[in-house]
Design a protein around this ligand. Structure first.
Ligand code: SAM
Ligand code: SF4
Length: 368
């Protein structure tokens, strides 16, 4: 502790900058004092946004390689020994829960390819208000029931297309029928299910209405996600942008007018919800990071499988909680490191619709 963090950029734009996880052990500066806890338990970030939600990537590996997520030449995977153990994840999650985090989402890579993920769910579920998962759904046919039994509350399943050949191409070999069986297995097992579709012009813009109908037929809500330029923008093509406004226009053409259905769900996630004016039970979400960003309401931070705490999806700043754990850090040290990350959290991402402004990190490693 106490040495200058490698890669830090103190004072840039007059604000605290976090180190980029790239080098040796990172540390919270010795002089950094954690703010006093709030009466309601919520930790606040630099913009006074309360922290309520933690996303935990449990692996940077995946059984798919979606063309919009994984660079053509892949990524340098984290070594097994560098990943947080289940004990380490449990300890970090417990500290976050004590800081007011109510909801924890397991993600990846593909979280269901982490060995013994059901055991991890069983360890974490009692420690948090709601434990949920984002998954490509391919392993849900066999895992949905064990995951529910272990305490998982819900899954967001990625489903970008209902065309089997297109699905195989977009996912680099994924099987659509298996994923649909996984969605149905999740519903049958009693999981709360939402569907996610990355919306891309020229890829699935002809299926927006069909994807909504697929979700509504199963009594679930689908959210369209605007493509974001991670991997330094390498996978981002402005010509494939499908903006929230374009999505709404397409849905209006298919189903008639939409009305806002946000209610209090903005407190839970970044999706803005819309309902059909003609049938308000039919809702659709849009996660519009690019064209109608929602950073003012951000309530989350992200932990990678190797224990790097990223305060913002759109920036590479991170601090290694793993190093702290493995140096014998106490829970109080973890709280200080989390407070330090929150103190350096930026007001928002800097994604630009040209594809510039994105971080170098990869979506498959940070997990969305
Ligand atoms: N493998 C799991 C899955 O596909 O749901 C969890 C990890 S995946 C990275 C989480 C979500 O991020 C998925 O819904 C995926 O479609 C989405 N995603 C991947 N790359 C993206 C990008 N560049 N911009 C926006 N969303 C992206
Ligand atoms: Fe894997 Fe999910 Fe990325 Fe597709 S979006 S490659 S399923 S991590």
């Amino acid at each position: 502790m106490g040495s200058a963090p490698s890669g830090s950029d103190p004072g840039a734009r007059g604000r605290l900058r976090l180190p980029v996880v790239a080098g040796p052990a990172l540390a919270v500066p010795a002089g950094f004092a954690s703010p006093a806890p709030r009466a309601d338990g919520a930790a606040l970030d630099a913009q006074r946004r309360p922290l309520r939600y933690l996303r935990v990537s449990v692996t940077d590996r995946c059984n798919f390689a979606c063309t919009y997520c994984v660079p053509d030449d892949g990524i340098a995977h984290q070594a097994r020994a560098d990943l947080l153990s289940f004990e380490e994840i449990e300890r970090v999650v417990a500290v976050f829960a004590a800081l007011g985090v109510e909801r924890v989402r397991l993600t990846g890579g593909e979280p269901t390819v982490r060995a013994h993920v059901v055991e991890l769910v069983a360890r974490l579920a009692p420690r948090v208000g709601a434990l949920v998962m984002t998954t490509n759904g391919h392993r849900l046919p066999e895992l949905a029931r064990p995951l529910v039994a272990a305490g998982l509350r819900g899954v967001n399943v990625s489903l970008d297309t209902l065309d089997a050949a297109r699905f195989a191409r977009l996912t680099s070999g994924g099987d659509l029928a298996t994923v649909i069986a996984g969605i149905d297995a999740a519903l049958a097992a009693g999981l709360e299910v939402k569907l996610n579709a990355v919306a891309l012009a020229g890829e699935n813009d002809d299926e927006l209405a069909a994807l909504c109908r697929f979700a509504w037929d199963r009594g679930v809500t689908l959210r369209f996600i605007e493509h974001m330029p991670l991997s330094s923008g390498a996978l981002y093509q402005p010509t494939r942008e499908l903006s929230a406004a374009t999505i709404r226009a397409a849905l209006t053409a298919a189903f008639g007018p939409l009305v806002p259905a946000d209610r209090d769900r903005r407190a839970v996630g970044p999706s803005r919800y819309w309902a059909l004016a003609a049938d308000p039970r039919r809702e659709v979400g849009i996660i519009s990071a690019m064209t109608e960003h929602f950073c003012d309401d951000c309530n989350r931070v992200r932990l990678t499988a190797d224990g790097a705490l990223h305060a913002c999806l759109g920036h590479d700043d991170a601090i290694s909680l793993r190093d702290l754990l493995r140096q014998g850090g106490s829970d109080d040290d973890l709280r200080r490191a989390i407070a330090y990350a929150l103190a350096g959290k930026r007001p928002g991402h800097e994604f630009q619709r040209t594809g510039a402004g994105g971080p170098g990190k990869h979506m498959i490693a940070i997990g969305g």
